[in-house]
Design a protein around this ligand. Structure first.
Ligand code: GDD
Ligand code: MG
Length: 369
């Protein structure tokens, strides 16, 4: 059975991480995010996968190629302009054979039981089945009310607070009959959430409730939380094996100097140097080829590939993108994001969700945000 992964969005809420990198390629625990989606599909036997792309497609193609390294078979289709979620699937119609197929939003980290979803869909003889997950605030999602037999009664995208009648939302994974494609006009922008699903209500549309781990990584807060959840093994991924029983995952050739302190859970990428007198963790993910200098602290944070944390610098609850140089005695905290290649001089304070754009040069002692 074919699976279509939607990865055409621009990931605006994750900027500046998504300015030069499409959301599916933003690293999650040192691997492109969408590799977890591929791994999850493969683990449930879905190996025939179509990427529906728009924004910055080249990086995805060159990284995954034909998919053989991940044990899947990949096809890439690039849109000329954004066709919306349903338009994007209509656009890959010729790759979908008869019967049922799977559609996935490409920005979800989940260990949803896809095998059980498919069995449910077949048992109900459904036209479409939407995976549902409970959330505290449904206003950022598609609200789905279901009846006693799990048939969908209403689908309401981005509801306002006064419209909320349930905590179940569209989890961004669907099994659809091929006929559903006939409801979608070709070559124009069309949405499953606003166009197709509301029209399918009462015509064999079902909701499959799941309590599996589920996270849309589309905002910096959720992106950080997804890392914490991987580290705590709240979600089942192949990283759990590396984290082992002590919740410490050291990739190849990590240079851990005597006197460096590690506080689990944490992951340190290949070839990184952790200097004596520094502390990494708790909850830290250091990318490959990074340096964490003497006296510095990295906790509840992500440091991406090739970045250097200067002496006595502190990074807390923040994200440092690739190839950043953080000057000594600087403090980065409170949800700050430092974009790729930025050079932050000594003695700066970056906090309060500040976003430093890629390549920015910040002089010594110039920001006390
Ligand atoms: N190919 C293509 N073309 N993909 C697209 C397009 C497009 O025009 N627009 C969006 N996508 C992709 C995005 O890359 C993402 O993977 C997925 O479709 C969903 O788009 P988002 O922009 O992330 O939507 P959302 O998070 O606001 O809402 C959606 O996901 C929620 C779950 O996280 C909806 O499906 C909600 O109903 C759902 O609850
Ligand atoms: Mg999303």
């Amino acid at each position: 059975m074919k699976a279509v992964i939607l990865v055409g969005g621009q990931g605006t809420r994750l900027r500046p991480l998504t300015l030069g990198t499409p959301k599916p390629m933003v690293p999650l625990a040192n691997r492109p995010f969408v590799s977890y989606v591929l791994e999850h599909l493969r683990n449930h036997g879905f190996t025939d996968i179509v990427f529906s792309m728009g924004y910055l497609p080249e990086g995805i193609k060159s990284y995954f190629g034909d998919g053989s390294a991940m044990g899947v078979d990949l096809t890439y289709v690039v849109e000329d302009f954004p066709l919306g979620t349903a338009g994007a699937v209509k656009n890959v119609e010729k790759h979908i054979s008869d019967g049922d197929f799977l559609v996935l939003n490409g920005d979800i980290l989940t260990d949803l039981d896809l095998t059980a979803l498919l069995a449910f869909h077949k048992q109900k003889k459904a036209t479409g089945t939407i995976a549902l997950t409970p959330v505290e605030d449904p206003t950022a999602y598609g609200l789905v009310s279901i009846g006693a037999d799990d048939e969908v009664l209403a689908f309401l995208e981005k509801p306002s607070w006064d419209q909320i009648s349930t905590n179940l939302i569209n989890a961004g994974t669907y099994v659809l009959k091929r006929e559903v494609l006939d409801m979608i006009p070709p070559g124009v922008e069309h949405s499953f959430e606003r166009g197709v699903f509301p029209k399918l209500v009462g015509k064999g549309l079902y909701g499959f409730r799941s309590d599996s781990y589920w996270m849309d990584i589309g905002t910096p807060e959720k992106y950080l939380q997804a890392h914490y959840d991987i580290l705590e093994k709240n979600v089942n991924t192949s990283i759990s094996d590396c984290l082992d029983r002590d919740f410490v995952c050291l990739e190849n050739s990590v240079d851990l100097e005597l006197g460096a302190k590690l506080v689990p859970p944490l992951i340190i990428g290949a070839g990184s140097v952790i200097k004596a007198g520094s502390r990494v963790g708790r909850m830290a993910i250091i990318g490959p080829g990074c340096t964490v200098s003497a006296g510095s602290i990295v906790e509840e944070s992500i440091i991406q590939e090739g970045s250097v944390i200067g002496e006595n610098a502190i990074v807390r609850k923040s994200i440092i993108a690739r190839n950043v140089q953080l000057g000594k005695d600087s403090l980065v905290q409170g949800g700050a994001i430092v974009g790729e290649g930025a050079r932050i001089g000594e003695n700066n304070v970056l906090a309060n969700h500040i976003r430093i754009y890629p390549g920015t040069q910040v002089k010594d002692g110039s920001i006390r945000f």
